[in-house]
Design a protein around this ligand. Structure first.
Ligand SMILES: C[S@@+](CC[C@H](N)C(=O)[O-])C[C@H]1O[C@@H](n2cnc3c(N)ncnc32)[C@H](O)[C@@H]1O
Length: 259
């Protein structure tokens, strides 16, 4: 049984992932441009979701390159029509990574959901070619505390306090990525951290609303939150007068030393 508490099978998940892509793709593409992703690279996209990054990489690496795009649920990735993209149903927690060595391995908003995140990060670093790049991006909740108290913030903080009961999401993992990459022997490490203030009703607010609705059943079933708290947070997120800082987004890169 996958431990991922969200699900690509949820009727609104495509929409939620589209909001994520809209918000996060610019930072991801900046990392790729910085490291110089180019024609002929062999790339591994882990937990590719709705596929915007696999598509972007496919265009960048061209016909001489390859993008292996994995997910435990490949329903959206299978829509990609590009001869240099290979879609693989694959569980990064339990299965070995595809072999052959990669110039780039990327995972965004995936490892924070896996209890084996540290081991998976190690396997990703090991699967790089000499000189290859690892780009890993995950959330870190601490920027949420920059918000004045609000129903969304209190719902998230309460769920985190009870994290063991609502799943394995680690909301404090993102900021550790640069140090963990260094511990794995990677070099040329760099990272960006983004916090985003958003108003109720905005695309960011809609992304968080859908996230709340995705995980609410697990939180309710575990008795961590009550329906009135979920309803209040959702109502608040729709109010144009509401203003909050989101959890942060950490985008980290490191390179396997060239041979
Ligand atoms: C929050 S979504 C992020 C999607 C995409 N990386 C993005 O940022 O747009 C997490 C994705 O990871 C996938 N996933 C969850 N657990 C996984 C695992 N153990 N191995 C591979 N993919 C996994 C989910 O199915 C989902 O598509």
């Amino acid at each position: 049984m996958p431990e991922y508490v969200m699900s690509n099978a949820w009727e609104q998940e495509r929409r939620r992932l589209a909001y994520l892509e809209e918000m996060a793709d610019p930072a991801t593409q900046r990392q790729f441009t910085t490291i110089g992703v180019t024609a002929g690279w062999r790339c591994l996209e882990i937990g590719g979701g709705a596929g915007s990054i696999a598509r972007w990489l496919s265009e960048r690496v061209g016909s001489e390159g390859e993008v292996v795009a994995t997910d435990i649920d490949t329903r959206f990735l299978e829509e990609i029509r590009a001869p240099n993209v290979r879609v693989l149903r694959h569980d990064a927690s339990t299965e070995p990574l595809p072999e052959g060595g990669f110039d780039l391995i990327h995972a965004r908003a995936v490892l924070m959901h896996l209890s084996a995140r540290r081991e998976v990060l190690g396997r990703m670093a090991a699967a790089l070619k000499p000189g290859g790049w690892l780009v890993v991006e995950d959330s870190d909740v601490f920027t949420l505390s920059l918000s004045p108290p609000n129903p969304f913030r209190s719902l998230v903080e309460k769920s985190i306090a009870a994290v063991g009961r609502v799943g394995v999401i680690d909301w404090s993992w993102g900021h550790t990525l640069p140090v963990r990459m260094a511990e794995l022997g990677l070099v040329e490490i760099g990272a960006e951290l983004h916090g985003r203030f958003f108003q109720g009703g905005s695309p960011a607010a809609q992304f968080w609303t859908l996230g709340v609705r995705q995980v609410a059943p697990a939180g309710l079933a575990a008795g961590v939150v009550v329906q009135a708290e979920v309803d209040e947070a959702v109502k608040w997120l729709a109010d144009p007068k509401a203003l909050s800082c989101s959890p942060g987004h950490v985008s980290a890169r490191g390179r396997k030393p060239p041979a």
